[in-house]
Design a binder for this molecule. Sequence first.
Ligand SMILES: [Fe+2]
Length: 183
Amino acid sequence: MNREKALDSIKANVENKNLVKHMLATEAIMQALARHFGEDEEEWGLTGILHDIDVELTGGDMNSHGKLGADMASDLGASENTAHAILCHNERHGVACETKLDKALFCVDPLTGLITAAALVRPDKKLGSVEVRSVRKRFKEKSFAAGANREHIARCSEIEFELDEFIELGLAALQGIAADLGL
Ligand SMILES: [Fe+2]
């Protein structure tokens, strides 16, 4: 299992370019968190990049989303930790987030949407002109990027992060791959 294999499978199973960008964004923040915690950067990155690989295959069926993804990740040779994190990132299955990796994926997933939306409302639509405090302000506006679940983002507290620190780390990680995200 490596990143190239993950990307090949994503290319084969995901057409939506924005969904691929979302998975790249999740990967980047997960890697940054792994570095922060001294965890396995490769494993955390693969968990991020693969977590929504089944979205198109499951066609919006939330009872399958995450289950199929976890199976697909396992078939690709991803670790059991990765498969578990992918499974429990969809609350519908009633599988609790147990490990730090599980908890990280759960709160990183919606953070990518909030930060991306914050970039898209900048005059230049660039991540480079987004500041932590503006993301923080947007966090409080419930109608802004409403799909980015605030309660889920706030669960960064479960991995010992203050919200501002979490936004700061996430923003820096996405700024680092801004070209790949087209932002
Ligand atoms: Fe996601």
